[in-house]
Design a protein around this ligand. Structure first.
Ligand SMILES: NC(=O)c1ccc[n+]([C@@H]2O[C@H](COP(=O)([O-])OP(=O)(O)OC[C@H]3O[C@@H](n4cnc5c(N)ncnc54)[C@H](O)[C@@H]3O)[C@@H](O)[C@H]2O)c1
Length: 405
């Protein structure tokens, strides 16, 4: 752990929000920032001695990177997704991972609301015509959203918040989710996606990125949508067959669409965007900006920086992406041991046996397991000897032992 002359080191990549930097510096971390992603070689060369790593979606964390970072305690994904991180490797090496699952929920929902009104009024078509000098004042194909039926597929953080805002606009909300979800307000649950497609004037996808959702929405699903209905996807690009969407827009079966996520997205700002959806009428295409607001970035910065610091200081893992959830209030005094181990029968008894053999009294203890990994926080009131630590660290099941005092 750190001493007065050796503060803990944090390396933050990809231009993470300045609130995260300020929070870490205020709490004594030595923070190094880089405004872009680093590739494996660059990161491997810079990561030795770093205790906390912050990334966004464009930095890939491989086992080789982790191997070069024996001091690394935690990785903060200052975004929602964690596909860019080799999570099994982080477990093998005892590195906690945190992300910001809720910080941009509101931003996505507001964009969906804006787009469903814009599509329903054919706003972008009118706007394009005006810029081309065409005055096309007509009510044809333009509607109010009030009274229309919104079908939400995936009623998680985003889907359920959208449900509340859409009802406040006077829409009737239907939803379909594979998990049991509480219907908010007057929203009605559909027993199947087919049932939802049959009743909805607007269909919007908010499913998560599990591999099984690849190709979830294709020709058959578009064909089941009501004539003249609208389609939105702000979830994941690989969920939708864009060729099928194009043909349903061109045939006039669908009245419009808004798409924010694509199966193949350009790597950098300014790169060419290639898609079947370019040039279609009443189709809004945006460069994956659903969650991209300054408010969301600020919230992500504060949220993830807070989670990382709490984990390093207390060992608590609430909302960790990879570790079991274990949160024990910090003891007023005394010492804390955290032990990450392979989840086999008898580990807790072995740990407690070692403590008992050395007359170490346990003042608080909490164990959590998740698949093959177990994590136990133990508060002890007396001083421990190096022998205790050596024995705990030497257990064949130990992945990582930390001493927090
Ligand atoms: N466009 C953006 O910038 C942006 C920003 C944030 C999140 N997202 C994406 O939005 C999506 C939703 O995010 P969230 O925070 O609400 O996730 P979440 O995990 O809270 O909710 C996802 C919901 O979808 C349900 N689901 C999964 N597969 C399903 C299926 N095949 N049919 C029906 N329901 C299914 C799950 O049970 C869950 O309730 C994610 O894919 C996320 O990556 C996009």
């Amino acid at each position: 752990m750190s001493t007065a002359t050796e503060p803990l080191r944090a390396l933050l990549l990809e231009g993470i929000h300045s609130d995260a930097v300020a929070s870490l510096e205020k709490n004594g971390y030595a923070v190094e920032t880089v405004d872009r992603a680093l590739d494996e070689d660059e990161l491997t060369a810079r990561i030795a001695g770093v205790h906390m790593l912050g990334i966004r979606s464009k930095t890939t964390i491989t086992d080789a990177v982790l191997a070069a970072a024996p001091e690394l305690l935690a990785i903060g994904a200052f975004c929602i997704g964690t596909n860019q991180i080799d999570l099994p490797a982080t477990l093998q090496r005892g590195v906690a991972v945190f992300n910001a699952p809720f910080s941009n929920t509101r931003s996505v929902v507001e964009l969906v609301v804006a787009e469903l009104i814009a599509l329903t009024r054919r706003l972008f078509d009118k706007n394009s015509l005006m810029h081309a000098g065409v005055w096309d004042k007509s009510a044809e194909g333009a509607h109010e959203v009030r009274g229309r039926r919104l079908g939400i597929i995936g009623y998680g953080n985003i889907g359920s918040q959208l449900s509340v805002l859409a009802e406040s606009l006077g829409m009737s909300v239907f939803f379909y989710d594979t998990a049991d979800k509480l219907a908010l307000g007057n929203a009605r649950r559909c027993a199947s996606m087919e049932e939802l497609l049959a009743v909805s004037d607007v269909v919007t996808l908010h499913v998560d990125g599990r591999p099984g959702n690849s190709g979830l929405f294709g020709e058959a699903e578009f064909a089941r949508m009501r004539p003249g209905s609208l389609f939105l996807n702000l979830s994941r690009g690989f969920v939708v067959d864009h060729g099928a969407l194009r043909s349903h827009i061109e045939s006039g079966h669908l009245a419009g669409a808004a798409i924010d996520v694509f199966p193949h997205e350009p790597k950098g700002r300014g790169d060419e965007f290639v898609s079947e959806l370019r040039g279609l009428p009443n189709v809004i295409i945006t460069p994956h900006i659903g969650g991209s607001t300054e408010e969301a970035q600020q919230d992500i910065g504060q949220f993830v920086a807070g989670k990382l610091q709490d984990f390093v200081a207390t060992g608590n893992t609430a909302l960790s992406v990879n570790l079991p959830t274990v949160s024990l209030p910090a003891p007023p005094e005394g010492h804390r041991l955290t032990h990450l181990h392979r989840n086999t029968p008898g580990v807790l008894a072995t740990i407690n046996g070692i403590l008992a053999d050395h007359d170490v009294n346990i003042e608080g203890q909490l164990l959590g397991t998740r698949g093959e990994i177990g994590y136990v926080i133990t508060d002890i009131g007396t001083r421990y000897t190096s022998d205790v630590i050596e024995q705990l660290r030497g257990l064949p099941t130990t992945v990582r032992l930390r001493l927090l005092s």
